[in-house]
Write a protein that binds this ligand. Structure first.
Ligand code: SAM
Length: 236
């Protein structure tokens, strides 16, 4: 077969509320309060390139799992949704550790702004801050929604926890929302009900920490109750 050669170019970068991998939901839409901006870069930051896109509620974003590249790709992986106990072929999973490291997420398109270049405001993302983006396409209900599809080996429902905040943490979230407009408490709840703990640490009653919007959120899970212990702005 004749070899075809082309160059894939990065068209923009994600600035997201997730500045580290720990805590990022496993798929888009699981945390509707997870927001991001997709900033297009030259020569793809032309207004006409997104003409008509504002008519769509959701977009497909194709991107590079840039933080998986250093670890290389794997033929099989242990999906966290199966508790890490079973191996599946990489092409039977949505794992970042795939040949070419290409990811695909359908996310909500909140709006497009042109004040500071071309920026797509997104929500419901499962994308790390700094993620390079390769392409954007409108999500089509008529073509993309498949009524009789199934979820294969993926369990129907993730664990559900009751999430509680200690008083100081709740007050921090209120102030944070007043100052930034970002609903940190909703994002914390949406992330924690997914149980972001690695499967090897689910039995531990340790305290965990994660960064959301640059805020260090500390929490603990005991008897299906997740308590948010503290929220503290990380100094950069
Ligand atoms: N929806 C996409 C897909 O199916 O291709 C991503 C699914 S993947 C299971 C989601 C996980 O990828 C997140 O929980 C996060 O840990 C990781 N992730 C997100 N952005 C990444 C990036 N730029 N580099 C490496 N890992 C990333």
């Amino acid at each position: 077969m004749k070899q075809l050669s082309t160059t894939i170019e990065v068209i923009g970068f994600i600035r997201s509320c997730f500045t580290e991998k720990f805590g990022i939901p496993r798929q888009p839409g699981l945390a509707p309060s997870a927001v991001a901006r997709l900033q297009l870069i030259e020569p793809f930051n032309r207004r006409e390139m997104v003409r008509g896109l504002e008519a769509f509620s959701h977009v497909w974003v194709q991107f590079l799992f840039h933080q998986a590249v250093a670890d290389g790709w794997k033929a099989t992986v242990r999906p966290p949704r199966l508790g890490g106990s079973q191996r599946k072929g990489i092409f039977a999973t949505r794992s970042p550790h795939r040949p070419n490291f290409i990811g695909l997420s359908a996310v909500k398109l909140e709006k497009i702004t042109f004040v500071d270049g071309v920026i797509l405001e997104l929500s419901g993302v499962d994308l790390l801050d700094g993620t390079p983006v390769l392409d954007i396409k409108p999500y089509l209900v008529s073509g993309d929604r498949i009524e009789d599809a199934n979820d294969g080996w993926v369990p129907q429902k993730s664990v559900d926890f009751t999430v509680r905040f200690v008083k100081e943490a709740a007050m921090f979230c209120e102030r944070y929302q007043e100052n930034t407009g970002n609903c940190l408490s909703a994002l914390i709840r949406e992330v924690l009900v997914q149980d972001p703990r690695p499967s090897s640490q689910r039995e531990h009653k340790d305290e965990f920490g994660m960064l959301l919007f640059g805020v260090n959120v500390r929490w603990r899970i005991e008897n299906d109750i997740c308590t948010v212990l503290s929220c503290e702005q990380k100094l950069s």
